[in-house]
Design a protein around this ligand. Structure first.
Ligand SMILES: [Zn+2]
Ligand SMILES: [Zn+2]
Length: 283
């Protein structure tokens, strides 16, 4: 089919449940329906492991780890409600996006046991507990901590590997987000010391039969390509790894943004657009 129906394997952050997003979750869901989505995985950020991992804008809003946990419980309940309420219009999956930092594995597994999500997106936003994607200055702090940009990339892909092995998330989020503030990412990602780690991680993704998030967030920031960048995208196609668009929406205005371009890029790289669902149908 030339123009497959859009889906999103990672998205639906909302101002109702996330300090750096906009709009109510219901408004976001309605936007997906209006745009004719076949299905959408709503994957809000998981709450912080402890107060040490509360983000500045959350602190400013008077939140701490405990109150964000309560908000997360409300998120899951609200999302389940919307899943039923709009069942005739769209297939909604109730998920969440993980963090990877000290103490996160046990905490994530506990959240999975308590809330029983349809699936999780396994993401890494910290290296050595520094939230490298939060700002330029955090990014440079992480580079200094690791001893240089190549070492930062290496540490990131090692942490990602451990996370995939331990958690086996149905979807692996924005595989190369470590490039976020690096103008030289194209040459750095293919340096042998980095590229071999990427290949190792892709091999594990393939072995476990997981799905990659084709994450459109960089396009909404005016960058030239989604995560992962094209050589990884092509390698994944060659390896037969499933990759599915994730608009990583953070409000109504980013629902479906750049989806058409993403689908064209996936088709051009040789990927299948019979989108793999993150939720295997149970009898
Ligand atoms: Zn977010
Ligand atoms: Zn993320």
């Amino acid at each position: 089919m030339k123009h497959p129906r859009p889906v999103s394997v990672h998205g639906g952050h909302s101002g109702q449940f996330c300090g750096h997003a906009q709009d109510s979750l219901e408004a976001v869901v309605r936007a997906y329906i209006d745009q004719g989505y076949l299905w959408v995985g709503i994957t809000e950020h998981m709450p912080p492991v402890s107060d040490d991992f509360v983000y500045p804008e959350e602190k400013t809003a008077g939140l701490d780890a405990e109150s964000i946990r309560a908000r997360f419980a409300d998120y899951i309940a609200t999302c389940r409600h919307l899943q039923t309420q709009y069942a005739q219009d769209i297939r909604i999956y109730v998920g969440f996006e993980t963090e990877t930092c000290s103490g996160s594995l046990d905490f994530t597994q506990r959240l999975i046991r308590i809330f029983n999500p349809d699936y999780v997106v396994g993401s890494v936003h910290h290296v050595d507990d520094i939230p490298f994607d939060y700002s330029q200055s955090c990014y440079h702090q992480a580079i200094d901590r690791c001893g240089g940009p190549d070492a930062l990339y290496a540490a990131y892909f090692d942490q990602q590997y451990e996370m995939i092995q331990a958690l086996k998330p149905r979807v692996v989020g924005h595989l190369d987000i470590i490039r976020i503030y690096d103008p030289e990412y194209r040459s750095r990602l293919v340096k042998p010391v980095v590229w071999e780690k990427i290949l190792r991680n892709l091999t594990l993704v393939k072995q476990l039969d997981l799905i990659l998030d084709y994450n459109l967030r960089p396009l909404t920031r005016g960058e030239s390509e989604p995560y992962p960048f094209s050589p990884i995208l092509e390698k994944a196609a060659e390896m037969g790894i499933a990759i599915v668009p994730g608009d990583d929406s953070h409000g109504v205005s980013s629902v479906g943004q750049h989806m058409r371009e993403a689908i064209e890029r996936l088709q051009a790289a040789g990927h299948n657009t019979n989108w793999r669902s993150p939720v295997t149908d149970r009898p």
